[in-house]
Design a binder for this molecule. Sequence first.
Ligand SMILES: C[S@@+](CC[C@H](N)C(=O)[O-])C[C@H]1O[C@@H](n2cnc3c(N)ncnc32)[C@H](O)[C@@H]1O
Length: 462
Amino acid sequence: MTDYDLVDYPSKPFPQCHPDRLALMARLFGLKPPPVETSRVLEIGCGDGLNLIASAVVLPGAAFHGVDISAAATRRGRRLIRETGLKNVRLETRDFRDLPPKTRKFDYVIAHGLYSWVPAEIRDALLAGIRSVLSPHGIAFVSYNTYPGAYLRQMVREMAAIAAGTDLAATRAWLESATNLPDAPAIYRAVVADEARDMLRREDGALFHDDLSATNQPVWFRDFAAHAAAHGLQYVAEADLAGTARVSQIPDRLQREQHADFHLGRRFRQTLLCHAAQSVADEPDPAALENTFAGAPVDPAIPHPDGAFEYVNRTGARIRTTDAGHRAILDSLAAAWPVYLPVSRFGRAACPRFADLFAAGILDLRTVAPPAPKRRPARPHASPLARSQTGSGAPLTTLHHLELFIASESLQAVLALADGSRTRAQLLRDLRKLYPDDSREAVAAALEQHLEELRLYGLLLA
Ligand SMILES: C[S@@+](CC[C@H](N)C(=O)[O-])C[C@H]1O[C@@H](n2cnc3c(N)ncnc32)[C@H](O)[C@@H]1O
């Protein structure tokens, strides 16, 4: 039994851990990662495997393997895999250190939320294990808490542990009290209140495992990079382009990254690694984006009196821009959504703008475009994962690897029926059985509207 068998830690789809993101970032830094469509992907400490299962839906030609020491977590995940009928993903209950020495190599290896939360010898085994299973051009993802930012959370976490141990209710009560310390100096009061509020916003599983875990060891980036190097692995990049600070005058890449953390107060890193023999570029090369695909679920631009236009996307990211090139890209992507457009369509000169917009989080880039049917597909086929998740109370996972909450009962009913076997007429017939008091016209209109919503939300495969 582990702590994860006692208190669930429901997994999530993490866009930054999607193998396509690993491939994209590797290309930006001059590498030639294996094609994701046919890749082999391993997630170590996968929990219930939702992150892998969601990737398996959109990459049917790739093979996904998850290992986790918690039997309760992998059991939940295996149930979900059975319900979805997916054949390209499997989860194993296993300590990753017991993977057989002759395990076949993997092109993408993910370890999210593990490195900082296990003792030093397991951290060491993790990097050794990654090195031994990673294919020659493969890319690994390792996330961990980092100093200096993690010192702030560490201070509040340790006080909470002294005050309340691992009792969740007592911890929440103590954190509430810590949001208001009127007798404390202003800076201390502000820091503690901010951290306490952030911890209070977390669900029980995350609060218990991430913050109250007996082991929670942040590291300096410098030490993480040295640890990776000791295992024959080297730093490629972070899993996104955000968070670059103005420290470009430092010539050494690793030192520059470390100083960036000082400037940004960084507390968490999601680092990509590759074998030491690979040649990693010092800076991202936007020209590498020419053979990628871009999508952006942005609302129509809001004009501002100063001549700028503001774009907001469904994940909450926003930018204000006066640049006509940015506007042309975002307006085209908005019109095409949910279809991803080839970046090459905009010409090579547009690549730096795509890099800027990607760094701002306002558009998504992929080496393989996610599935997106045209309007009014003949036999609407929704994601089997989202269909299994309907009615569970859990958020649905979209084909873009995002969470989505759907309140509408009739929309959920259409989602459940749209399994690719029914024509639109058959869908209407079966939907009418669920709403016998409504007119045919009303149900037909609701069906068309809901199918279009499912398409726009990224829930329709075909
Ligand atoms: C914080 S959770 C992260 C789960 C998932 N990766 C995520 O980010 O949602 C850490 C996971 O690592 C698993 N774990 C810890 N030590 C492990 C080991 N030695 N071998 C395999 N899994 C392990 C735990 O059971 C737990 O599910």
